[in-house]
Design a protein around this ligand. Structure first.
Ligand SMILES: Nc1nc2c([nH]c(=O)n2[C@H]2C[C@H](O)[C@@H](COP(=O)(O)OP(=O)(O)OP(=O)(O)O)O2)c(=O)[nH]1
Length: 131
């Protein structure tokens, strides 16, 4: 089975976190699910470089990347993902949604209102337990 390494930004503005909705996909299990923005790490780039690149490409933002929060391994029906979630901060909510179909800024305790990609659930649970 294919394995991918993904970085994702848990992006805070004050006490709110950016949640973005994926477009429709051939993989029903991730289609229109909410996620933390990011993407695959390319060969020859560090995780931080990959995250900076993805956030600029997808949202046109340059957040401060603070620290690694949680690494999750999840097996979907067609591939296995290792996802590194990094705590990030922005000083404005301004962004351009270039790939996602919607966005929400939610407090940690509100995150379970959304339909998350399965790999994100451990991160959502940790954020909710720490608020
Ligand atoms: N960015 C991101 N991807 C996630 C999350 N949760 C989750 O299961 N994924 C999965 C969905 C995708 O299969 C994969 C990320 O790949 P992607 O297609 O978004 O990455 P990319 O921007 O590099 O895409 P591409 O070059 O293939 O178009 O990880 C998450 O919170 N953030």
């Amino acid at each position: 089975m294919k394995s991918i390494e993904v970085v994702a930004g848990i992006i805070f503005f004050k006490n709110q976190i950016l949640c973005v909705q994926r477009p429709e996909s051939k993989h029903q299990y991730i289609s229109k699910k909410f996620e933390f923005p990011g993407g695959k790490v390319e060969p020859e780039e560090t995780k931080i470089e990959a995250l900076q690149r993805e956030l600029l490409e997808e949202l046109n933002i340059i957040p401060a990347i603070k620290s690694l929060y949680l690494t999750v391994e999840h097996t979907y029906p067609d591939f296995k993902v290792t996802m590194h979630g990094f705590l990030c901060e922005v000083d404005s909510k301004a962004l351009s949604l270039r790939e996602h179909i919607s966005q929400e800024w939610l407090k940690p305790e509100e995150l379970n209102q959304l339909d998350w990609a399965a790999a994100d659930i451990p991160i959502v649970q940790k954020l909710q337990s720490n608020h």
